[in-house]
Design a protein around this ligand. Structure first.
Ligand code: ZN
Length: 275
C-alpha cells in the first residue's frame, strides 16, 4: 500500500501549558489546530478535551463543541478519546462517542500501571461494554496497544464477535508503565498482529522520531502531535500540531509514499462515508 494515514493527536490528557504554550486547550483552539492539521495533510484528528484550567476532562459539552466546530470546517476523520482521565465512570467515557458519533474512538485494550503513579483501568466488563456500544453506533475502535498482551486481549473480543475487521491498531510506545519505545518492540508488536490488521504507531517523547521512521519502513501508519511529543527537535518546542504533521508529510513523501486523504482513510479502515 502506498498510502499512509497520518493521525494528529492534538491535546491529550498529560500535556500542560506549563510544558508548552502551544497545546490547544479550549474547544476553539482544539478545532483550529484540527483544521490546520487537516490542511497540512492529516486525515484523522484524535481529540481530548480540558476544563478551563487545563485539567483533563470527559465533559460532554466540550466534546460536542469541538466536534461541531471541526465538522463545520473540514472532512477530517474525528477520533474521540474514551480515556480522558483517571477514575471516570463507564458512562462518562462512553457518552461522547455514543452521542456524537465520530468515525473513530479509542479502545484501550487492557489495564496498566500509569506513569508509576496510578492505574489506567480498563476492566473486562468495561471493554465488553465499550466494544458493544461502538458496534451499536458504528464507531470504529482504534485499538490502543501499550503492551503485547493487549493484542491477544483484543483477539478474545474479536472472537466473541465484538470487534469487526479490518481491526485498526495503534501502538503506543514509550508510556511509563507500557512498552518502551524501541524499534525492537515495534517490530515485535507488528509481528504479533493478526492477518489483515491495519496498524499505526507512535513513540512518546524522545522515541517519537525513531518510531516514526521505523513505522514508515515497516509499512505502518503514523501518529504525531502534542499529545505524544512537545518538541520539534532537541530542546526546541513544536509551535503547533500542524508543524509536526507537515514534517510527517514531508518524510512520507521523501520515502516515496503518499499521505492518505480522509476519503482514502475511510476506505482503508472500512468506514461509512463522512457525515
Ligand atoms: Zn489520547
Amino acid at each position: 500500500m502506498d498510502k499512509v494515514i497520518v493521525s494528529a493527536a492534538l491535546t491529550g490528557a498529560a500535556t500542560f501549558r506549563e510544558q508548552t504554550p502551544y497545546v490547544p486547550i479550549t474547544p476553539e483552539e482544539i478545532a483550529e489546530q484540527a483544521y490546520e492539521s487537516w490542511k497540512s495533510g492529516a486525515s484523522i484528528v484524535h481529540i481530548h478535551v480540558r476544563d478551563e484550567d487545563g485539567t483533563p476532562s470527559m465533559n460532554f459539552e466540550k466534546f460536542r463543541k469541538v466536534v461541531l466546530l471541526i465538522r463545520n470546517k473540514c472532512d477530517v476523520l474525528i477520533n474521540l478519546t474514551t480515556s480522558g482521565g483517571i477514575g471516570l465512570s463507564d458512562e462518562e467515557r462512553i457518552k461522547p462517542f455514543y452521542e456524537l458519533k465520530p468515525e473513530i474512538a479509542s479502545f484501550d485494550a487492557g489495564t496498566i500501571n500509569w506513569q508509576h503513579r496510578t492505574v489506567f483501568e480498563n476492566r473486562p466488563e468495561f471493554l465488553e461494554k465499550l466494544a458493544n456500544k461502538m458496534r451499536e453506533v458504528n464507531v470504529k475502535p482504534e485499538i490502543e496497544i501499550f503492551d503485547t498482551g493487549m493484542i491477544y486481549n483484543t483477539m478474545y473480543y474479536a472472537k466473541m464477535g465484538l470487534i469487526d475487521d479490518p481491526k485498526y491498531f495503534q501502538f503506543v510506545l514509550g508510556a511509563p508503565g507500557g512498552m518502551i519505545g524501541t524499534v525492537k518492540n515495534l517490530l515485535h508488536l507488528k509481528e504479533s498482529l493478526p492477518d489483515g490488521a491495519i496498524w499505526s504507531a507512535f513513540g512518546i517523547g524522545k522515541s517519537n522520531l525513531p518510531i516514526m521512521y521505523a513505522t514508515l519502513a515497516l509499512g505502518g501508519n503514523i501518529r504525531v502531535g502534542l499529545e505524544d511529543n512537545i518538541y520539534y527537535s532537541k530542546g526546541i518546542l513544536a509551535k503547533s500540531n500542524a508543524q509536526l504533521v507537515k514534517r510527517a508529510i514531508r518524510v512520507i513523501t521523501e520515502f516515496g509514499k503518499k499521505p492518505a486523504t480522509p476519503d482514502e482513510t475511510r476506505k482503508i479502515l472500512g468506514l461509512r462515508k463522512g457525515l
